[in-house]
Design a protein around this ligand. Structure first.
Ligand code: FDA
Length: 334
């Protein structure tokens, strides 16, 4: 059942019609709980608020699988503006970027030029750029571009997806680069990726422990308290330098745990997505944890002290609209 729900939301995340429609609708169905606004000024206010609590941030200008060069250029310019603003405002914040937003599906050389410009500007201000990993079909090109960038810059790194069989091999090739370790968010086949949770979790832990014993900086990105607790014990037992790693979680998820890890003295970084292209990102989060939908519905219907909100009709119609879309898409897939 969990796999069916996961496949269902992943299919929704890939639906072009809904992706385009979502941009026009603006924020709907509770996406604002996980996405910090649509413009640079708003997201940087969130960064400032978290920085004031001792939390680092990484910001993601949402958007992926772009096929129009003008859209990639627009995204690049927004990211360059973001870098200027982070520097100007003196924020503790780096950037997470996706190569399919910056033209990877259009032309690899075009994409490389765009990313080069971003990493070069960020390098002037000592700001780190993380290249997020996407589906396996784009991984090889992504890593090729990263290795080329690393010939010129040190302020760039990427993400290792523990569900992939070749995760360890790729991680070892990047032993000196800053990396984020995640479980992996896309639907991949058994020819390239582990399919069951136990195997993915075991690989995540094995890779995390191997990285933590090395010298390069590692971001442990998970909401999984079992993994976090085991790694807390591991860094304690092995005397791992706390300047060598941080925990990362997504904005809007397990906020209490984010604050408690920071207050326990661990470096903590929140991944903050923003922008109009929120739909695919939001659907992947529902795929990972369908309970997120329950949280949203509860949040929409009830106030913090569990009273029914005043606009139940508007809220109920939003939820009914979501239900209709989900039902229609489910029928279409059958
Ligand atoms: P998982 O979803 O497996 O949850 C494990 C357990 O933790 C659950 O069974 C539950 O007990 C508990 N739990 C999880 N969430 C909870 C919640 N909200 N409330 C209560 N309990 C909860 N992926 C990718 O392919 N490329 C990338 O570049 C990135 N980047 C990235 C950055 C950051 C900062 C994060 C946190 C994640 C990513 N990801 C990613 C996504 C990642 O691959 C993965 O899909 C999600 O993090 C979900 O997996 P988890 O490790 O969080 O645990």
């Amino acid at each position: 059942m969990a796999n069916i729900t996961r496949d269902f939301f992943i299919a929704l995340s890939n639906n072009e019609l809904l992706n385009t429609g979502a941009k026009k609708w603006g924020f709907r169905f509770g996406a604002e709980q996980f996405v910090a606004g649509t413009d640079v000024a708003t997201v940087l206010k969130t960064v400032k608020r978290l920085n004031d609590k001792g939390i680092h941030a990484t910001v993601d200008n949402l958007g992926e699988f772009v096929t129009e060069p003008s859209v990639s250029l627009q995204a690049k310019n927004k990211i360059l503006h973001l870098i200027q603003e982070i520097h100007k405002q003196g924020l503790d914040c780096h950037l997470s970027i996706k190569l399919t937003q910056l033209g990877l599906d259009i032309d690899e050389a075009f994409c490389f030029e765009n990313v080069f410009e971003i990493v070069e500007l960020a390098n002037q201000y000592n700001i780190f750029i993380n290249i997020d990993t996407e589906d396996y079909a784009h991984l090889h090109q992504t890593l090729t571009i990263l290795h080329q960038l690393l010939e010129n810059f040190q302020n760039v790194g990427t993400v290792i997806q523990a569900y992939l069989y070749d995760a360890e091999e790729e991680m070892d090739k990047l032993a000196n680069a800053r990396l984020r370790l995640v479980k992996g968010a896309y639907k991949e086949g058994p020819e390239v990726a582990y399919q069951n949770k136990e195997e993915i979790d075991a690989n995540f832990l094995r890779l995390a422990k191997k990285r933590l014993k090395g010298n390069a900086y590692t971001s442990i990105a998970t909401h999984d308290h079992h993994i976090i607790n085991e790694l807390k014990q591991f860094v304690h037992d092995e005397n791992i330098d706390s300047n060598n790693f941080e925990f990362q979680m997504l904005y809007g998820f397990r906020t209490d745990m984010q604050h408690s890890l920071a207050s326990e003295g661990y470096d903590f970084c929140t991944y903050i997505p923003f922008g109009e292209d929120w739909y695919a990102y939001f659907m992947r989060r529902l795929a990972e944890r369908p309970q997120n939908l329950q949280l949203i519905i509860k949040d929409k219907l009830y106030t913090k002290d569990d009273k029914l909100k005043k606009e139940p009709i508007i809220i109920a119609s939003s939820i009914a609209a979501l239900g209709t879309i989900l039902y229609a898409c489910r029928k279409k897939r059958k």
